[in-house]
Ligand binder design. Structure first.
Ligand code: SF4
Ligand code: SF4
Ligand code: SF4
Length: 896
């Protein structure tokens, strides 16, 4: 499988150069660079304040002045170098203009540098030192100023207007880089300041707390709270979502103290969202598991590793292979996941191995594999940014996968047409060319309607279909069931809008499709993903560059867990367990007879545990008791005879466990993660594991060795990766020696692109499992809360405080109909349960739709918990509800 490597120096090598003279010295610098960049790139300091390398230069501060050989004074941040140019960075003429500006700035600045968080790293301090400003003169220039209040409302950073030099970097960062525009200048003259709209506190504004402005503020006006400067830094990858942003872990005395974005990482180019930048304190949490625990008389007792492992080994001996199942984590490293599936297959002889990836994207896994025989055909972030058309569905992407969301906004700014499929208004709506607002869970009908338009208008790729696709005639016949009139009725979207979206997608090249759990967690999620695949092969886009089908996995290494074979029917690299050749290959490497029967998916495992067929469970880094919306999961866990839970915190599932093993966090181990683009990236151990916790692979290998099995004598993760690459064609070029320098995006080989056959899937319309009626007249959509939806983010106090948990967003019309007042407590009642929340009257939800950021426990209470069968396709996204006020004398709704 070819590997695309990204070399940092690539861009530089391609640049043309010119020769210029700075302060009498010759330099060869890239053509089209500015004087300031050329000087800074050669370690020549020109004082500057409003310039930042990530932003377009504006030349506002008038400090970065230089004198050209013709005597002209120019701003160096806006003047492009040319061959033979000569300039002076300092001269009496420059000083004459620059000095008064610097003096006024410093005279008006809060000058308590000793107590400032920016001390030693402040642009103004540096300018002052360079300019040798006279202290007495400064005193004369100083005018008494009113002290403005410091805004400490954000949990992660504070804004001190008294230290602001009005350079505008934060405003431009928020607008041009983060694309939020949460702040701007307010007031004029000496009252000018940076402020959110209407001068609110930052926490009340649309600020997303990403901290991008904070890291670029040149002085102490925006600083991270309780900042500790790291002594050492280690390259790693964000542990939250599957975008896989590159980070540096900053440590001091074996404690993680800071995270910053890796500007050389091709995924995020230094950008991070609030979770990536500030959501790391869970690593240092006092709630971390620090020693093995064994349950005795219903209570956990601390144990030594020997005691815990001996108990596990002796218990596992009592079970036959079909009585065992392992649930791996979609957050563990590839090396952890590889060892987890090897452990299940070698030590227990069972293919009952699955991962929490299935709980989010089972439908993506099934539909893509069925129709393309591949597990992912995603585009890279750069490719997405180069698309001419992008469909985004089932995700509030700027919240769930924020850095990918910014890439889509950039693509739109570059001319791409965005087709957004979302019942609710999201941040991306204002960027969309077409916003399709289907009734919840009717997306499959919408996509078939779009396919119908493409066929009717003759916009399909006939030769591609003839040469490469099967089942077209059956598919075409099934389109007849989705006439525009019917689709209009089912989805509530006007036919002209459906036609516009279909034509746009069919005619724009390249065109990417991205979706997430808003699609896959519906009972007909597989049909909807089939709908995306149908669209993509109908137009022949599936084999074109920048036209990928990208499921946005919720957890950071969900794709890696699948790649590593944490699947009941595949060894690593999607090599089938039923293939005799594949089985032989793994048997000869692992030295053990292997089971040729596919195992159980995790949801099948739960059913089998309820039936008494599966008796013992090994659960790693996952919390099925709270993640799966089904009361029967808890019943199954209660019924299991022996459960081992391996995690960094106790969780809901640990209540049912018999042994709990303390795992190391991502900051405490080496390994690799594979992001949603199938980019493999190295993570480096930055601190020692807390107390006696250990990496997952290490614990599994210890148990395997104690049980007498060979092939688990790994001393480091590099050895594990060598075994992975030797047995897994998909990873055959992956090595630590390469990964230590670059990231590797694994792409499909050209021969595969030209040989794979694709299959159309005819679809039938299925009515949504949840319908509104007179008792439950509204449809509630459960949204993911970016701040505190997961097991890690819930341990971060600041993220919890930003959470929109408990807010019930409803339309003004519904509020009036049901006599709900804004900001008042209400009860949300479904057919299965009820929860309380605070009403927020808003336009983001259309009439008839209510939106809530639900925790897993709330989802569990409210949505479909009475289903008889536990399937991968249980509804976890929508349910019919009614809302009743929890206060007396309700009046009519008032918009917020
Ligand atoms: S933290 Fe992010 S969203 Fe908030 S003001 Fe700064 S750049 Fe804008
Ligand atoms: S807060 Fe910082 S970045 Fe923003 S204008 Fe003031 S000094 Fe510049
Ligand atoms: S976008 Fe995802 S990977 Fe990137 S910083 Fe945010 S949570 Fe982490």
């Amino acid at each position: 499988m070819p590997v695309r490597c990204v070399y940092d120096s690539e861009r530089e090598q391609l640049m043309e150069k010119v020769t210029i003279k700075i302060d009498g010295q010759d330099f060869s610098v890239p053509k089209n660079t500015t004087i300031l960049e050329a000087a800074l790139g050669n370690n020549i300091y020109i004082p500057h304040l409003c310039y930042h390398p990530d932003l377009k230069p504006v030349g506002n501060c008038r400090i970065c002045l230089v004198e050209l050989d013709n005597g002209r004074i120019v701003t160096s941040c806006r003047t492009i170098v040319r061959e033979g140019m000569a300039l002076k960075t300092d001269s009496p003429e420059v000083d004459k203009v620059r000095r008064p500006v610097v003096e006024m700035l410093i005279a008006n600045h809060h000058m308590d540098c000793r107590s400032c968080g920016k001390k030693g790293n402040c642009a103004l301090q540096k300018i002052r030192a360079k300019s040798k400003i006279d202290k007495k003169r400064l005193e004369r220039l100083r005018v008494p100023k009113e002290k403005l209040p410091v805004d400490t409302s954000n949990p992660f950073f504070e804004k001190n207007p008294n230290k602001c030099v009005l350079c505008g970097i934060c405003i431009r960062t928020c607008k041009d880089i983060q694309k939020v525009s949460a702040i701007n200048f307010a007031g004029r003259g000496h009252t000018a300041r940076v402020s959110p709209f209407k001068d609110t506190l930052i926490v009340q504004s649309r600020c997303e707390s990403c901290g991008e402005c904070v890291v670029r503020c040149p002085v102490g006006a925006l600083v991270v709270k309780n900042f500790k400067r790291p002594k050492d830094e280690f390259r790693s990858v964000c542990p939250y979502c599957s975008v896989g942003c590159g980070i540096y872990l900053g440590t001091r005395d074996n404690v993680l103290v800071n995270i910053r974005g890796n500007s050389k990482n091709p995924v995020n180019k230094g950008q991070l969202c609030v979770k990536g930048r500030f959501g790391w304190s869970f690593v240092n949490s006092t709630e971390r598991l620090t020693s093995p625990l064994i349950k005795q008389n219903g209570k956990f007792i601390k144990a030594t590793w020997d005691e815990a492992l001996e108990l596990i080994v002796s218990k596992f001996k009592n079970y036959k292979r079909e009585e065992f199942a392992l649930l791996a984590s979609a957050k563990s490293t590839n090396e952890d996941s590889y060892i987890a599936q090897k452990f299940a297959r070698v030590v227990t002889g069972s293919n009952n191995i699955d991962s929490s990836a299935r709980l989010c994207h089972a439908s993506s896994i099934n539909a893509i594999y069925e129709t393309t025989r591949r597990m992912a055909i995603a585009s890279s972030m750069d490719e997405i940014e180069q698309s001419a058309c992008i469909i985004v569905a089932g995700t509030n992407i700027t919240r769930t996968h924020p850095v990918a969301g910014i890439r889509i906004k950039k693509a739109v700014e570059n001319g791409a047409k965005l087709i957004l499929i979302s019942p609710n208004e999201t941040d991306l709506c204002s960027f969309a060319k077409v916003w399709l607002r289907p009734y919840p869970a009717t997306d499959a009908a919408l996509l078939m309607g779009m396919c119908g338009v493409i066929v009717d208008e003759g916009l399909f790729d006939e030769s591609f279909i003839k040469e490469r696709c099967d089942n077209f005639e059956d598919f075409k016949a099934s389109i007849d069931n989705f006439t525009l009139g019917r689709v209009e009725k089912i989805t509530g979207i006007e036919r002209d809008t459906i036609v516009e979206a279909a034509k746009l997608y069919a005619t724009m090249k390249p065109a990417s499709i991205l979706w997430s759990t808003g699609i896959t967690q519906h009972p007909d999620g597989t049909d909807i993903v089939h709908g995306f695949v149908n669209l993509s092969i109908l137009t022949g886009k599936i084999v074109q560059p920048s036209s990928g089908l990208s499921p946005l996995w919720r957890q950071n290494n969900a794709l890696g867990a699948c790649d590593m074979g944490c699947l009941p029917d595949f060894y690593p690299g999607y090599q089938s367990v039923t293939s005799p050749e594949v089985q032989k290959k793994f048997e000869s490497s692992w030295g053990r007879r292997l089971n040729p029967e596919p195992g159980l998916t995790f949801t099948e495992t739960i059913q089998a545990t309820l039936n008494g067929k599966v008796k013992t469970l090994y659960i790693i880094g996952s919390d099925p008791a709270s993640r799966i919306t089904h009361q029967k999961v808890k019943e199954a866990l209660k019924r299991a005879e022996f459960i081992v839970l391996q995690d960094i915190f106790l969780n809901e599932t640990s209540k049912f466990a018999h042994v709990v093993l303390p795992a190391a966090s991502f900051a405490e181990k080496d390994g690799t993660f594979t992001n949603t683009e199938r980019r493999v990236q190295r993570i480096h151990k930055a601190i020692e594991p807390v107390k006696s916790s250990k990496p997952d692979w290490h614990i599994l290998c210890d148990i395997a060795k104690k049980s007498g099995f060979k092939g688990f004598d790994f001393t480091c993760t590099e050895e594990i990766m060598s075994e992975i690459s030797s047995l897994t064609p998909l990873y055959k070029n992956v090595s630590y020696s390469a990964l230590n320098k670059v990231t590797m995006q694994l792409t499909s080989p050209d021969e595969e692109k030209t040989q794979v056959r694709f299959k159309f899937t005819p679809l039938k319309y299925k009515t949504p499992s949840e319908k509104a009626d007179i008792d439950f007249p509204l449809i509630l959509i459960s949204e993911m809360d970016i701040y505190s939806a997961g097991s890690l983010s819930r341990k971060v106090e600041g993220l919890n405080s930003l959470s929109a948990k408990g807010l019930v967003y409803l339309n003004q019309k519904d509020a009036m109909d049901f006599e709900i007042e804004n900001d008042k407590m209400v009860k949300v009642i479904s057919r299965y349960g009820e929860i309380e929340g605070k009403a927020k009257i808003t336009d983001i939800s259309p009439p008839g739709i209510v939106a809530m950021s639900l925790t897993e426990e709330d989802t569990h209470l409210l949505i479909n918990s009475s289903q008889e069968q536990i399937t991968e396709y249980s509804e976890t996204k929508v349910c019919a509800v009614r809302i009743v006020p929890l206060y007396e004398s309700p009046t009519k709704g008032v918009p917020s």
